[in-house]
Structures are given as C-alpha cells and as structure tokens.
Design a protein around this ligand. Structure first.
Ligand code: BGP
Length: 462
C-alpha cells in the first residue's frame, strides 16, 4: 500500500500519561500525599463533580493488563512519570521499596513487550511535605528534587534510556502562582517568576546529575508550546504583545532548556518591573552547562494575542499587563475543552525549532482532543466510534509530516492519552484516551481510534 504520509523508520508511536493521573492507589504502600491529594481534601468543590485524584484508572495494580493493551493499540513507546511522593515519601531520604518494585515491574513489562519507556520525573505532583517547606519557591526543594532525580537514574537508568525532567513546568507557575488553577492558589507575578526560575534550575541540576553518572541515554524536558500569533502582523503593538506572551509562556523555559540562557528581553522586562528572581552566583552557569539532549513538545493550542486594551490592576505584577487574548473570529474550537484547534501550529513549531533552536531533536510528547459524552458514539458492539479523534490526529500528522519533510528533527508522535484518565480539576469531564474507561467497573474498552492507531503505527503512516 502506498501511504500518503509516510513517517521515518523507527518513528516513536505511542501515548503519554502520568503517575498521578493513572496509577490510583493514592495512599497505598507508603505513598505520601501530593498537593493534589491535599487540595482535594480541603476544597473538593474545585474538582469537576467532586471527583478527586484518588479516582484514576488502576495502573498501580493493573499495570500488567494495561501494558498488554499498549501492545494491542500499536505502541512502540510510552511515557509515564515516576511519582516523587511514591518513591521518596518524605521528599528526601528513605526510598520506598514498594515503589521501587512497582516502577521496576512497569519498566520490565514495557521492555518485554518491545515498548520503549520514556520516564518523566515531575508531572505537577509536588509532594505535600515539600510544598509545606515552600515548594518551588524553596532552594531546599530544588536540591531535594535533584536528589530524587539522581535516585531514579541510579535505580532505573540501566533500562530507561529516555528521561524527561519535567512535564510542562510553566503550568504549575501559571496554575499555582498566577491564575488559581493549581494549589497553592497564589496570585503573584513576582513569586511566579521565582518559581519559574527555581524549576528551571531544578531541571538543570537533574541533567547535571544524569550526566555525572555517565549513563548511555538521553535526557530532555517536556514543554507545552503555544505559538503566539498577533491579531495583525501589520500592527506593531499587536506584534509586540504577541512577542511578550511568547517570552513568558514559551521562551521562559525553551531558551534556557535548549540554549542554556534566558531571553535577554525577558530578563530586561522582569528587571524593569522589579520582579527579577533572586539567584545564587553559579546558578546561571549550571543552567548554561546542562542543556537538554532532546525536547518533548506538547501541542494543543495556539495563543491569539492583541495589544493591551483592557484596564489592568497594577497592584501585583502579572504577564497580562502586556497583552490581551484575542478571540479570533472563525477559529475552529474544541467545544468541550474550549481550546482552539489549529493544526498548522505543529508545523510552525517544527520550523521554529529547526531555524531558531539548532534543529534540536524533538518528539511530539502530547497532542490530543478531550471530548465530553463519548457514550453517545458507542456502536452495537460497545465500541466508541471516535472518528473525530482519528481526524484530529490525521490533520495534525499531515502538518507534522510537512515539517519533517522540510528538515525538522522530529522522532515521534505521542497522543494524550492511553486510557481515559483523571485530569486535574477537570477530573473525568473530558475524555482523551484511545481506550475508554468505565470508572465504576474499571472496564477498559478499546475505541475505534485505538484500533486505527495500531494500523497507523504498523504502517508507519497513513
Ligand atoms: C496537559 C497535561 C496533561 C493533561 C492534558 C490535557 O497539559 O500535561 O496532564 O491533563 O494537558 O489537559 P486537560 O486534562 O486539562 O484537559
């Protein structure tokens, strides 16, 4: 069969999930609380339908069967995360043997099925004991995280050859310190800047620890890139506003991760507004010397930006002082999640990485479509016919293919997600999986997209 879109040999086909969203067993076998467990205890009403982080799928107890389903849906690679609160329940010190056993079993089972594990070390899941001493505002936590990362490399690095230090590090900054959708629900741009800087430093320190061990693998970071498009490219104020949004939400982590340096215009802007984070003498050198080997790109949506038109409260520094979001007429929306669908964004990312970031090796580490009420698409055989998801993937892959043809160094495509999973404050509102989960019975049923994904992976394209 001739394929219209054929991807390079050895392309990574798979999905991503995270420990806190899939493992369940939140308080089993010595795992301590994360900020999510804590926040749900004190404010359950902030979670969709009051469904908290203990209601995930049951990967902790059911990983063997789930890994068979990975195989059945054509995965040759898979990303999940190691929960810090499970491996080192006090944040520092003693390692939990039950957690070591679990992650060893998962890694071995993946390898037995010929599925390459990509292990991530932080997916929004700050151990509560670490938050209590300041979370990412604290240097002690930065060092504790680096020690946790080193422990993971020592324990699992003989088999795991692809690591990522963080998933979407900008999200806890936005959610926890700017826009109130993660614990600790602070709204303060100055503190946000410090949290962002310390997270970046923590990533570099983990990379430093990895390199010092001399293991023969690669280490990277997963960033959610949101290309920023100005309302009008002819309006200098719109262009400037889009540039500033790009500095805050993309380049704040992309530049130091790939190039080892923060963008000078971002530094200037923070300085002018008296919100530059504090740092120690050799922090910048650590960041400079410990850049990534490869990048994971999560792509969901672009940002549409216009010059600031609305009034701002100048009491607390916020990125929003410099731009407004622009509701571009006619843009295609995912009505459930409220996110714009703009397939070409994935191509623009390819070209940006090719031209401005040394053509860094990357893979699409998340892309996906969250849908409510998928039960309405169940056919007589009990299978969800999610043709919209297949179309969504194809449309993005077509643009990704074009980017690769034009020289972008992309090694794979991972969908979010494998089995429908629990999702932060949205809980089970939006379903993203190749496999449907019945939360009450824990029954898994492969969706039409899951069958199609296997074909896609086996053919190496479509
Ligand atoms: C990404 C996260 C995932 C996942 C996904 C879908 O930002 O890395 O953890 O949740 O988005 O988003 P949501 O669950 O908010 O709909």
């Amino acid at each position: 069969m001739t394929l219209k879109y054929e991807f390079p040999k050895g392309f990574w086909w798979g999905t991503a999930t995270s420990g806190p969203q899939s493992e369940g067993s939140a308080d089993v076998d010595g795992k301590s609380k994360t900020i999510w467990d804590h926040w749900f205890e004190i404010q359950p009403e902030r979670f969709h339908n009051g469904v908290g982080p203990e209601h995930t799928s049951t990967f902790y107890s059911n990983y063997k069967e789930d890994i068979k389903l990975l195989k059945e849906t054509g995965h040759n690679s898979f990303r999940t995360s190691i929960q810090w609160a499970r491996l080192i329940p006090n944040g520092v010190g003693e390692v939990n043997p039950k957690a070591v056993e679990f992650y060893n079993n998962v890694i071995d089972a993946l390898l037995e099925e010929g599925i390459m594990p990509i292990m991530n070390l932080f997916h929004f899941d700050m151990p509560m004991c670490m938050q209590e001493i300041g979370g990412w505002e604290s240097r002690e936590v930065v060092d504790a995280y680096a020690a946790f990362a080193k422990k993971c490399f020592e324990l699992f690095g003989d088999r795991v050859k692809h690591w990522t230090t963080f998933n979407e590090p900008i999200v806890p900054v936005e959610g926890g310190y700017l826009y109130d959708f993660h614990y600790p629900n602070v709204i303060d741009g100055k503190r946000a800047a410090q949290v962002g800087f310390n997270t970046m430093l923590a990533s570099a320190k983990a990379i430093e620890a990895y390199k010092a061990l001399g293991q023969d693998g690669k280490i990277g970071i997963v960033l959610n890139l949101t290309p920023s498009y100005p309302r009008s490219t002819e309006n200098a104020e719109d262009v400037k506003a889009a540039h500033i949004a790009d500095l805050f939400f993309n380049r704040s982590f992309l530049d130091p991760s790939v190039k080892g340096e923060f963008p000078s215009d971002l530094v200037e802007l923070l300085k002018e507004n008296d919100v530059l984070p504090t740092y120690e003498a050799n922090d910048l050198e650590i960041i400079k010397n410990n850049t990534i080997d490869f990048l994971g790109v999560n792509y969901y949506q672009p940002r549409r930006i216009k010059a600031k038109e609305t009034e701002v409260n100048k009491d607390v520094f916020m990125p929003d002082w410099f731009f407004d979001n622009y509701e571009m007429p006619g843009r295609k929306m995912n009505p459930y999640r409220g996110w714009e669908i703009y397939e070409k964004g994935i191509y623009d990312i390819c070209i940006n990485l090719r031209d401005n970031y040394g053509n860094i090796e990357f893979y699409i580490s998340e892309n996906g479509m969250g849908v409510e009420g998928e039960e309405q698409y169940i056919n007589a055989e009990g299978v969800i016919e999610d043709d919209y998801r297949i179309e969504f993937i194809k449309d993005h892959l077509a643009w990704l293919h074009k980017g690769i043809e034009e020289g972008a160094n992309c090694r794979g495509y991972h969908l979010w997600t494998f089995i429908d999973c629990w999702s932060w404050t949205n809980s089970y509102k939006n379903r993203y999986g190749l496999i449907a989960l019945d939360l009450a019975t824990q029954k898994r049923t492969i969706k039409k997209s899951g069958r199609w994904f296997k074909e896609l992976s086996e053919q190496g394209g479509f």
